[in-house]
Design a protein around this ligand. Structure first.
Ligand SMILES: Nc1ncnc2c1ncn2[C@@H]1O[C@H](COP(=O)(O)OP(=O)(O)OP(=O)(O)O)[C@@H](O)[C@H]1O
Length: 254
């Protein structure tokens, strides 16, 4: 079995007296897309936030390729290859779609703060930006300001910016939330493509079971902050413990 790229050990966070995530130990491997499911309030987003660095755990560790990320801020984790798609927060609304991607590529290449960049390097960065533009099927919108894009295309641009960071770990929290039915397949195709790259580890928080079925290599289930199931999607979703959890939360397992 491939070596894990990312591991959490006994990851725990308390808010006042409430334990939102309780001693979650889990390994994630390259070439594997893991979907994190669980009823509302199960701790999925909080677990995600402790991996990407928005929250610092009360106890436990987050390790990536042998490096302890547990106390690092999100920006340092991004430099270590943990990339998370965030809605709108990293877009420059007045800049064009292509300019946004170019800036992300330049930042990844460490050219963001340089005044002079050699022409050959600029050309290389430009072609990388074009590649991500094409991968996300945004070529015909390249010159539009990011703010003018419809919601679905903005989500695609966020994926393009994430790809431009060239992370090893891709994290998506409900990537099709708020998206119309005609845009959702594009974003799901993109994620499917990312997971075909066997050097990448993909983590997804998702409620929609059709999305889970389409993408998951593995499912982990959180309930009341605890990891209660982990494994093959078919086995996990038909297991009694998961059925009981969802039966107690009727309607959420769409
Ligand atoms: N900053 C915070 N302060 C206090 N409690 C919090 C905080 N963040 C999360 N919680 C609590 O932690 C628990 C887990 O929340 P979380 O948002 O991680 O669940 P979730 O599984 O992502 O839910 P959903 O599917 O509804 O998004 C909830 O009880 C929530 O109220």
């Amino acid at each position: 079995m491939t070596h894990p790229s990312l591991s959490t050990r006994d990851l725990t966070i308390r808010f006042g007296g409430h334990t939102a995530v309780n001693a979650v130990t889990c390994d994630f491997r390259p070439g594997e897309l893991t979907v994190i499911v669980g009823p509302n309030g199960a701790g999925k987003t909080t677990y995600f936030n402790m991996i990407s660095g928005q929250l610092t755990p009360s106890e436990g560790t987050v390790m990536k390729d042998g490096v302890d990320l547990t106390r690092m801020p999100a920006s340092a984790r991004a430099r270590h290859g943990v990339g998370r798609a965030f809605q709108l927060t990293n877009l420059f609304p007045r800049l064009s779609v292509l300019e946004n991607i170019r800036l992300a590529v330049q930042a990844q290449a460490g050219e963001g703060k340089r005044f002079f960049t050699p022409v050959a390097k600029l050309t290389e960065l430009g072609s990388r930006a074009e590649r991500y533009l094409a991968a996300t099927k945004l070529e015909d919108k390249a010159d539009l300001p990011a703010a003018a894009l419809p919601h679905g295309d903005q989500r695609k641009l966020e994926v393009a910016l994430l790809m431009a960071m060239e992370p090893d770990i891709y994290m998506f929290d409900e990537p099709t939330a708020g998206m119309s039915l005609d845009h959702a397949p594009d974003v799901l195709d993109l994620i499917a493509e990312i997971k075909h790259d066997t050097s990448k580890t993909v983590l997804l928080v998702e409620h929609k079971m059709d999305v889970v079925r389409q993408l998951a290599d593995r499912i982990i289930v959180l309930h009341n902050g605890e990891l209660i199931a982990d494994g093959d999607p078919g086995e996990v979703m038909s297991s009694q413990v998961v059925r009981d959890v969802y039966l107690g939360n009727a309607g959420e397992m769409a």
